[in-house]
Design a protein around this ligand. Structure first.
Ligand code: FES
Length: 110
């Protein structure tokens, strides 16, 4: 029996304030689920293999800078340390000006 690659659906809220008046919509991607997958690794897979136009932020990748905060299945999480075990829905962090897709302007809190 061949090894089947398990896939998940990643639903991402997309919006660009400079396009279509900033109108938002969700876009779904089918992504292979690897052992040890995190939200950040899933997003990297999407931008490297499926859609280069998707925007997200990451810096330290070890849970220290908090710059990768976003809403994962309705809860605020760090993308770089949050494990993925099934389908996920991603939204930008609320309460901050939206720059694009999952990127918000956190400069006010620095
Ligand atoms: S990239 Fe720094 S906490 Fe996630």
């Amino acid at each position: 029996m061949a090894n089947e690659v398990q896939t998940i659906t990643v639903k991402v809220r997309r919006a660009d304030p400079d396009v279509n008046g900033g109108e938002a919509s969700y876009q779904s991607y089918t992504v292979p689920l690897e052992p040890g997958s995190t939200v950040l690794s899933v997003l990297r897979h999407i931008t490297e293999n499926i859609d280069r136009t998707l925007s997200y932020y990451r810096s330290c990748r070890i849970g220290k800078c908090a710059g990768c905060r976003m809403v994962v299945n309705g809860k605020t999480r760090l993308a770089c340390t949050t494990a993925v075990t099934g389908d996920i829905t991603l939204d930008p962090l609320p309460g901050y000006p939206l720059i694009k897709d999952l990127v918000v302007d956190l400069s006010a809190e620095r």
